[in-house]
Design a protein around this ligand. Structure first.
Ligand code: PXP
Length: 251
């Protein structure tokens, strides 16, 4: 069975909208673990738009499950990763103007940069996973980096988009699922661990979780979105109750 890495970036996004202290993503991580999360994933972006250095430090001290740190290949970020030494680093591409990670890491075109970051992390004793598109050339390039690379995380964004566009697991989403299956088989044959993530939600996760050899799924946006709706009623009730209590005569 694939493990679930809960990505808590968007808890931090809500906090950063006010530059305040709540909601604390580290508290969300503890709740995720209570609910069965097998791992916690955070993306410390170069622009620090959501997760902050403090979150990563605290998570490393408190998380009862492995921490997967998503990071670009920039020296500054690799320095941090080598210092905090999470269980795993997933190397991702990063562009300042993007809303979220768009497309996988170009291991073919950026071989030297990826190889250098990967080797530094492996030397620090950190497992390295590369976030790549379900493209045979990228799998081959990842495998060619040798033992320093532990696994690959296949980018499931195109599959998730196809699912929305075709209204379910119809032809276009099936075609993307086949690409994921083929890429997954190639990765495993090359001795790489198989992970997947991006855009997975309560409707589309099943077929990806069922791919042979799938070991880890990293899911954030859909879980945080659902948490907001599932928790909204209780949160309003709590506030209403405080106002009622404060309005009682004799207080
Ligand atoms: N995996 C990687 C490499 C990502 O960059 C992200 C988004 O931060 C995720 C998984 C999670 O994607 P989502 O938030 O769409 O579930």
């Amino acid at each position: 069975m694939a493990s679930l890495g809960v990505n808590i970036d968007h808890v931090a996004t809500v906090r950063q909208a006010r530059r305040t202290t709540e909601p604390d993503p580290v508290a969300a991580a503890a709740l995720a673990v209570l609910a069965g999360a097998d791992g916690i994933t955070v993306h410390l972006r170069e622009d620090r738009r959501h997760v902050q250095d403090r979150d990563v430090e605290l998570l490393m001290q408190t998380a009862a499950v492995p921490v997967n740190l998503e990071s670009s290949c920039a020296d500054e970020m690799v320095d941090i990763a080598c210092r905090v030494r999470p269980h795993q680093v997933t190397l991702v591409p990063e562009r300042r103007e993007e809303v979220t990670t768009e497309g996988g890491l170009d291991v073919v075109g950026g071989r030297d940069r990826v190889a250098s970051a990967t080797q530094r992390l492996a030397d620090a004793g950190v497992l390295v996973s590369l976030f790549i598109d379900a493209d045979p050339a990228q799998i081959e390039a990842a495998a060619a980096l040798g033992k320093a690379v532990d696994g690959v995380e296949l980018h499931t964004g195109p599959y998730a988009h196809a699912w929305v566009d075709s209204g379910g697991l119809r032809a276009s989403a099936e075609a993307e699922l086949c690409r994921l299956a083929d890429a997954g088989a190639k990765a495993r044959a090359a001795g790489l661990r198989l992970h997947a993530g991006h855009g997975l939600n309560y409707q589309n996760v099943g077929p990806v979780a069922a791919l042979p050899g799938m070991e880890e799924l990293n899911i954030g946006h859909s879980i945080v979105s659902r948490a907001v709706l599932v928790g909204f009623e209780a949160a309003v009730r709590e506030m209403k109750r405080l106002i009622e209590l404060a309005s009682r005569p004799g207080r």
